[in-house]
Design a protein around this ligand. Structure first.
Ligand code: FES
Length: 155
């Protein structure tokens, strides 16, 4: 697919989702000098990057998927909120201190604030998705692009 076609597809995908975003293909830092670009099914989280406090986790729905938009000292990241056991939505262990991580209400598996170190019966960490922003700073998540748990959108 040539560059012009790819850009059109990105824009078309955003419009179909009802999210007319002025900046298609914004990117997230991979932390190692590389850049990743959000793709055609990216959708807005309805949050401006500047409004995400340090050590916070906000529950949002993106492309009908439950997501936590989190920020730690390294930047912003998006976690799939579905438990890796059988898919129940996880909750924050503590609303007052999100850095305590997440707990599944069904069989009580826990995850740390990065979605890592799952306890039984959860078999895997929570998935991370690519985070980008529009030129205006609106957070966009690409739920088609799972990324390493170390990747952040640097604020
Ligand atoms: S569904 Fe989460 S621990 Fe079973």
């Amino acid at each position: 697919m040539d560059e012009e076609r790819r850009r059109f597809c990105q824009y078309a995908g955003l419009v179909i989702l009802g999210t007319a975003l002025p900046s298609c293909g914004s990117s997230a830092s991979t932390g190692d000098g590389g850049q990743l670009a959000c793709g055609p099914v990216s959708a807005s989280a309805g949050i401006n990057i500047a409004d995400i406090p340090l050590n916070s986790a906000m529950a949002v729905t993106i492309n009908a998927e439950p997501i936590f938009i989190c920020r730690d000292s390294k930047g912003v990241y998006a976690l799939d909120a579905r438990c890796t056991h059988v898919g129940t939505n996880v909750n924050l262990k503590s609303a007052q201190d999100p850095t305590q991580g997440f707990m599944c209400p069904l069989h009580f598996a826990t995850y740390d604030f990065n979605g890592d170190h799952p306890t039984a019966p959860a078999p895997l960490p929570l998935a991370h998705y690519l985070v980008c922003t529009t030129v205006g700073g609106e957070v966009v998540v690409d739920t088609q692009q799972e990324v390493a748990s170390t990747i952040r959108f640097r604020v």
